[in-house]
Design a binder for this molecule. Structure first.
Ligand SMILES: *[C@@H]1O[C@H](CO)[C@@H](O)[C@H](O)[C@H]1NC(C)=O
Ligand SMILES: *[C@@H]1O[C@H](CO)[C@@H](O)[C@H](O)[C@H]1NC(C)=O
Ligand SMILES: *[C@@H]1O[C@H](CO)[C@@H](O)[C@H](O)[C@H]1NC(C)=O
Ligand SMILES: *[C@@H]1O[C@H](CO)[C@@H](O)[C@H](O)[C@H]1NC(C)=O
Ligand SMILES: *[C@@H]1O[C@H](CO)[C@@H](O)[C@H](O)[C@H]1NC(C)=O
Ligand SMILES: *[C@@H]1O[C@H](CO)[C@@H](O)[C@H](O)[C@H]1NC(C)=O
Length: 936
C-alpha cells in the first residue's frame, strides 16, 4: 500500500466523526500543558469541553490580532465537533500570526486544522501557506468544503513562544479552524537542531476501528487513523498492551492491540512512500508489540529494510510490551521508498507491525529575531496602536519584513532591528521607552507625528544610532545635550525642526552655543537689578515686558508634562503639615520638612521677602547679613527686572525666569523645563508661587548637612574614608556645575552647611546659587560692592572679579577640605580676639611642625597619614590667593580619589588581619551544650 494514497484518505470525512469511544478504562493523564484554540470562537462566549474527547477549547482571540470570526455553512454543520463549526479568516494582510506562549525547553506537537465548510459562501477553496515563525512549514490546499486538512509538526521552540502564521499567496483567503499545542517528552521524536518534524502519516495498522484514536486514549493527543491494505491481514488481542506505559513514546493501548502482517506469510510486509523529491528527508517510527503468546518452537524475527537495504534489526517484538524503532538519521536521496519488514529464514512467524509514523523534515533554521527586540516592538506597536500589518516576526523572512524596519540578517545570529521608521504614522503620546531596548538601532525616524513630552535622554544612550529624526512633532523640553554633542561631533544626523515648544530645538541651542554666551550678559538698559532665586549661574537680563510675563504664567504646568512641578500654597501647607518641622534657616528663609503625595520626603524652602530672617540664622558658619546689606536688597526691589536665566547642562536643560515688578513685591516666574539631575546635586522636586508666598521644594536629605557632622554635635564620628567620600561627592557635584554645564554654573556659596548627606552618607551639593544676590549698577558694569558669600569661604581674590568664575568656588572648596580634615570652623577668634582663618591656622601648625595636630583628634589616628597629607596639599592649592594658581574641580576630583585609594589600601590591609580573626570566631560552635569547643 502506498502511504500517499492513505494520507489523502486521512483528511477526508472520518476526522470529524465522533472519535473512538470504547468502554475501556482509560487512565487519563489530564490535559496539562495542552493548548486548544477554537479559531473564530467569539472571545466572550467562554470556552467549552468537547464531549467526545473531553478536550477543553478556548477562543483564539487573545492569541491573534487580526482576522474575522465566521461560522461554517449550515449545510456542512452536521454532527461536527464544536471547534469545527467556526473559523477565523484573514482577508486583510499578507501574513497573520498566532503568538502562543510555550514552556521553555519543552517540545511540542503543534496541530493546525482547516475545515472550509464554505464559511464565506463563495464555494471557492483557497490555497495558502502555513509558516512556523519565519520558517515555511507547509502549503495548505483545501480540497472541498466538508474535508478537513490537518497539519502537524513536532517542534522544539528556542524561545518561550511559538508563532503560527497564515500567509496569503494570492490563491484565496487563509482561514483556520483549530490550533492545538501538546507538550511531548523531549526524549522522543528527536531531530537535529534547525529541523522540526512535519507529519506525513500516523497509522494505526491492523485496526478494524472506523474512527480516529486520540486523547484521552493517547496521552499526548496524537491522532491515529486506521490504515488498511489488501496485502495485510490483522492480528488483534483484547489483552492490554503496556499496562505500565514503560516507553517514553507511549503508543496508546488501543492502537497497539492491533497489528498487521503480510497476507503472504512467507513474503515481506511492504509499505511504499512516493516522495517525488530526492532532497526531502524522512523519519520513520515503527511501534511493535507481540500479540501472540509464542510456543516454544515458534519465533518471530525480522529486519527493517529500506529499498532493500538494511535499516534496523533484527526485531523481535516482546509479548504485550511495546517497543519503538526509528531511524536516527533522515532517510533521503530517492524518489520512491519501499519499506519492508523481511522475516529471517529461520523465523517461523511472519513479521508484524502495530503502528507506523512517518515525518518529513521541515527546516526551521531561520532564527527568529532577537527576543528583546521582538518584545520591544510588540510594546511599541501596542503603545502607539500601529495600524500597519505588523504581524509575526518583525525581521524574517525578509519577504515579510515589517514595513518601516530594517534588520541585520546574516543567518548565523538572531536578526536585530537596525532601522525603525515610524514617520507620518499619526503617533501620539510620548516617545516610547521601549525604543531604548532596540540596542542595535542605527536609524530612528519619528518625524511628522504628534508626539508630545520631552526628548528622552535614553535616545543618547542608543550608541549605534547615527540618524535620528524627530522633526514636526509636538515635543517640548529640550534636546538632551549629549545628542547635541554627538550631532556637533558629526556622529549623529539629528533633526528636530518643527517642534514649536522644544527648547529652542537644536537650531536655537546651537545658536546659543555659537554666540558663545559666557557669564552674565547684562543686556538690559537702565538700572537693572536682578534677584536671582534659583540655581546659580549665568543669566541674561532682559527688560521686562509685563504682558509677556503674565502670559507665560498659565503655560507653566503644561511645560512640565504629566509630572507635577508646580504646587499651590495650600498644597505646600499640606505637604509640610502647616510648616511644623523646621529643618533649618538660612539667609533666604526657612526650610521645612514635608512629605509629598507619593510618600517621598522633601525639604521645602520657603523664600521670604527681605528683610530676611537673617538674624535667626543658626548655623555657626552662616553669618547674619548686615543691616546695610538688607537695605541694599530692598533697594534692588525697587527696580523692575526680569531675568531670563538659562543654561545647558550635559544631562538636562533648565530654563528659569524670575522677575520682580512691584516695589517690595517679588514675583517668581519659574519656567522649569527639566531639573538638573546629577547624583551629587540635590534635585528640585517642584516649586510654588502664590503672590508673595513662594519657594522651592527639594529632595530631602536624611542626614542633614556636613557642618553638623563635623561640629561634634553628632555622636557618630565620620571616618576618614567617609570624609573623603563626602569630599569626592561634593567635588563631583561642583565639577558638574563647572564643566558639565554651558556656560558654567558658579555655586557661589560652597560651604559645609550646603553639603547635604543622604541616608547613606553620600553627599549632594545644595543651594547652588540659590541664596545669591546680584547687583548690577548698570548694564555694563557688575558691581562688586555687594558680594554674596559666606565669610570664611570668600575668595580673597576679588580684584579679578574671580567671584564670578569657577575659581572662587574652588577657593571655598579648599576651605571645605580643611574643615573635613580638622573639623574646625572656617574662621575662629584667637585669644587676642582676632579673627583667624582656618588656612592660616593650618599653615602655622605645619610651620611649627605640629603636623598631626591639625587632624581631627576624634579620628584617633585611624587614617592613612599620606592620604591626609595629600588632602592638605589639595586644600592649600585650592586656597591659593591667586585664582589662576588654583586647580580646577576636575583636578581636585582626581586628586581626592587618589587620597581615597591610598586610605582604602590601608584599610584593606588591616582588614585582612581582622578578617582572619573574624572567620576564626565564626567557627560553628556547639551551642547545644552551651560550651564552645574552644573553651576549656
Ligand atoms: C529533557 O528534559 C529533562 C527535564 O525535563 C532534562 O533534564 C533533559 O536534559 C532533557 N533532555 C534533552 C535531550 O533535552
Ligand atoms: C474489531 O475487532 C475486535 C477484536 O477482534 C472485535 O471484537 C470487534 O467486533 C471488531 N470490530 C469491528 C467493527 O469489526
Ligand atoms: C509469497 O512470498 C514468497 C516470497 O517472496 C514468494 O516466493 C511467493 O511467490 C509468494 N506467494 C504468493 C502467493 O504471492
Ligand atoms: C515512483 O513511484 C511513481 C508512482 O508510483 C512511479 O510513477 C515512478 O516510476 C516511481 N519511480 C521510481 C524511480 O521508482
Ligand atoms: C536464526 O538465524 C540467525 C542468523 O541468520 C541466527 O543468528 C539466529 O540465532 C537464528 N535463530 C534461531 C532461533 O535459529
Ligand atoms: C536594509 O539594510 C540593508 C543592508 O544594510 C540595505 O542594503 C537595504 O537597502 C536596507 N533596506 C531598506 C529598506 O532600508
Amino acid at each position: 500500500m502506498r502511504v500517499n494514497e492513505m494520507f489523502k484518505h486521512f483528511h477526508l470525512a472520518t476526522f470529524l466523526l465522533v472519535v473512538y469511544a470504547l468502554l475501556i478504562v482509560v487512565h487519563s493523564q489530564g490535559q496539562t500543558g495542552f493548548i486548544s484554540l477554537d479559531c473564530g470562537l467569539p472571545e466572550n462566549s467562554g470556552g467549552f469541553t468537547e464531549e467526545s474527547t473531553q478536550l477543553d477549547y478556548i477562543s483564539d482571540a487573545p492569541y491573534i490580532n487580526g482576522g474575522e470570526s465566521n461560522g461554517i455553512s449550515a449545510q456542512y454543520n452536521v454532527n461536527l465537533q464544536r471547534w469545527a463549526t467556526t473559523v477565523r479568516s484573514f482577508p486583510d494582510g499578507t501574513r497573520n500570526c498566532y503568538t502562543i506562549t510555550t514552556k521553555k525547553g519543552t517540545k511540542y506537537l503543534i496541530r493546525a486544522v482547516f475545515m472550509y465548510g464554505n464559511y464565506d459562501g463563495k464555494n471557492s477553496t483557497p490555497t495558502f501557506e502555513l509558516h512556523l515563525g519565519p520558517n515555511f512549514w507547509d502549503t495548505v490546499q483545501i480540497i472541498d468544503s466538508p474535508s478537513s486538512v490537518v497539519k502537524e509538526i513536532i517542534h522544539f521552540p528556542l524561545q518561550n513562544y511559538v508563532r503560527v502564521c497564515l500567509v496569503n499567496t494570492g490563491s484565496g483567503t487563509p482561514f483556520i479552524s483549530a490550533l492545538e499545542l501538546r507538550p511531548l517528552k523531549n526524549t522522543t521524536y528527536i531531530a537535529p537542531s534547525g529541523i522540526s518534524l512535519g507529519l506525513i502519516a500516523r497509522m494505526d495498522v491492523g485496526s478494524n476501528l472506523t474512527t480516529l484514536v486520540r486523547y484521552p486514549y493517547d496521552a499526548f493527543d496524537r491522532i491515529w487513523a486506521r490504515y488498511i491494505s489488501d496485502e495485510w491481514m490483522d492480528l488483534t488481542t483484547s489483552l492490554t498492551v503496556d499496562p505500565q506505559d514503560h516507553t517514553d513514546f507511549q503508543p496508546p493501548n488501543v492502537v497497539m492491540q492491533n497489528a498487521a502482517m503480510p497476507v503472504n506469510k512467507s513474503g515481506p510486509f511492504r509499505l511504499e512512500l512516493n516522495s517525488g523529491d530526492t532532497s526531502i528527508g524522512y523519519y520513520l517510527y515503527m511501534h511493535f508489540a507481540e500479540l501472540q503468546q509464542l510456543k516454544a518452537n515458534e519465533s518471530r524475527i525480522f529486519n527493517i529494510n529500506v529499498n532493500g537495504k538494511h535499516m534496523y534489526g533484527p526485531v523481535i517484538p516482546s509479548y504485550l510490551s511495546s517497543m519503538t524503532t526509528y531511524s536516527t538519521t533522515p532517510i533521503t536521496g530517492s524518489l520512491n521508498y519501499t519499506f519492508t519488514l523481511d522475516k529471517f529464514e529461520n523465523s517461523t512467524l511472519p513479521p508484524i507491525v502495530n503502528a507506523i509514523e512517518i515525518y518529513n523534515l521541515v527546516g526551521v533554521s531561520q532564527l527568529e529575531t532577537d527576543q528583546d527586540d521582538v518584545d520591544a516592538m510588540t510594546n511599541i506597536k501596542a503603545a502607539y496602536g500601529v495600524k500597519r500589518n505588523w504581524d509575526g516576526d518583525p525581521c524574517v523572512p525578509i519577504k515579510y519584513l515589517w514595513a518601516g524596519l530594517n534588520c541585520t540578517n546574516d543567518g548565523s545570529d538572531a536578526p536585530r532591528i537596525t532601522s525603525l521608521d515610524l514617520s507620518s504614522s499619526g503617533l501620539t503620546g510620548e516617545i516610547n521607552t521601549n525604543i531604548s531596548r532596540l540596542s542595535m538601532l542605527v536609524s530612528l525616524d519619528l518625524s511628522n507625528n504628534s508626539l508630545t513630552g520631552t526628548v528622552p535622554n535614553f535616545l543618547s544612550q542608543l550608541t549605534n544610532v547615527k540618524v535620528l529624526k524627530l522633526g514636526n512633532n509636538k515635543l517640548t523640553g529640550s534636546v538632551p545635550a549629549e545628542l547635541i554633542q554627538k550631532s556637533n561631533d558629526g556622529l549623529l544626523s539629528l533633526s528636530v525642526e518643527g517642534n514649536q515648544d522644544l527648547c529652542a530645538s537644536t537650531s536655537l541651542c546651537k545658536k546659543k552655543k555659537k554666540s558663545n554666551v559666557v557669564v552674565p550678559v547684562v543686556a538690559s538698559v537702565g538700572g537693572l537689578f536682578a534677584f536671582l532665586l534659583v540655581a546659580g549661574a549665568v543669566f541674561i537680563l532682559v527688560k521686562t515686558k509685563k504682558k509677556h510675563v503674565s502670559g507665560n504664567e498659565e503655560s507653566d504646568d503644561q511645560e512640565f508634562g504629566t509630572k507635577k512641578r508646580k504646587f499651590t500654597y495650600a498644597e505646600v501647607k499640606g505637604i509640610t503639615n502647616n510648616f511644623t518641622r523646621v529643618l533649618g534657616k538660612g539667609g533666604f528663609g526657612t526650610v521645612y520638612h514635608g512629605v509629598v503625595s507619593d510618600g517621598t520626603q522633601v525639604a521645602v524652602k520657603v523664600l521670604s521677602r527681605p528683610p530676611v530672617q537673617a538674624s535667626h540664622q543658626q548655623s555657626r558658619d552662616e553669618e547674619s547679613r548686615t543691616q546695610e546689606q538688607v537695605e541694599q536688597q530692598n533697594k534692588q526691589f525697587e527696580s523692575e527686572a526680569r531675568i531670563h536665566y538659562s543654561y545647558l547642562c550635559t544631562q538636562n536643560y533648565w530654563f528659569i525666569q524670575i522677575y520682580e515688578r512691584k516695589k517690595t513685591r517679588v514675583e517668581l516666574q519659574v519656567k522649569l523645563l527639566m531639573t538638573v539631575y546629577h547624583g551629587n546635586l540635590t534635585s528640585l522636586v517642584g516649586y510654588f508661587k502664590e503672590g508673595t508666598n513662594m519657594g522651592l521644594i527639594y529632595e530631602y536629605m536624611a542626614n542633614g548637612d556636613l557642618a553638623l557632622h563635623l561640629s561634634g554635635r553628632q555622636a557618630n564620628v565620620l571616618s576618614w574614608e567617609k570624609r573623603l567620600e563626602i569630599a569626592i561627592d561634593a567635588a563631583q557635584g561642583l565639577e558638574y556645575l563647572h564643566h558639565g554645564c554651558k556656560p558654567p554654573i558658579i555655586h557661589r556659596d560652597v560651604k559645609t552647611p550646603n553639603i547635604l548627606l543622604n541616608e547613606n552618607f553620600r553627599a549632594k551639593l545644595a543651594d547652588f546659587g540659590l541664596s545669591r544676590f546680584f547687583a548690577a549698577d548698570n548694564a555694563t558694569h557688575v558691581s562688586t560692592r555687594f558680594i554674596a558669600g559666606t565669610p570664611g569661604y570668600l575668595d580673597p581674590d576679588i580684584t579679578n572679579n574671580s567671584w564670578l568664575n569657577e575659581k572662587s568656588d574652588v577657593y571655598s572648596f579648599g576651605v571645605v577640605i580643611l574643615q573635613i580634615i580638622t573639623s574646625r570652623p572656617a574662621i575662629t577668634k584667637t585669644n587676642d580676639d582676632e579673627i583667624a582663618h582656618i588656612s592660616n591656622w593650618v599653615q602655622s601648625m605645619v610651620a611649627n611642625g605640629d603636623v598631626k595636630g591639625i587632624i581631627d583628634p576624634r579620628l584617633q589616628g585611624d587614617f592613612d597619614i599620606n592620604s591626609v597629607w595629600k588632602a592638605v596639599e589639595i586644600a592649600m592649592a585650592c586656597l591659593s590667593p591667586t585664582a589662576a594658581r588654583r586647580p580646577n574641580m576636575s583636578q581636585v576630583v582626581i586628586e581626592l580619589r587618589e587620597c581615597l585609594a591610598s586610605e582604602l589600601t590601608r584599610r584593606n590591609n588591616s582588614r585582612m588581619t581582622t578578617d582572619s580573626t573574624d572567620s576564626f570566631e565564626d567557627l560553628p560552635l556547639n551551642t547545644t551544650t552551651g560550651f564552645s569547643p574552644l573553651a576549656r
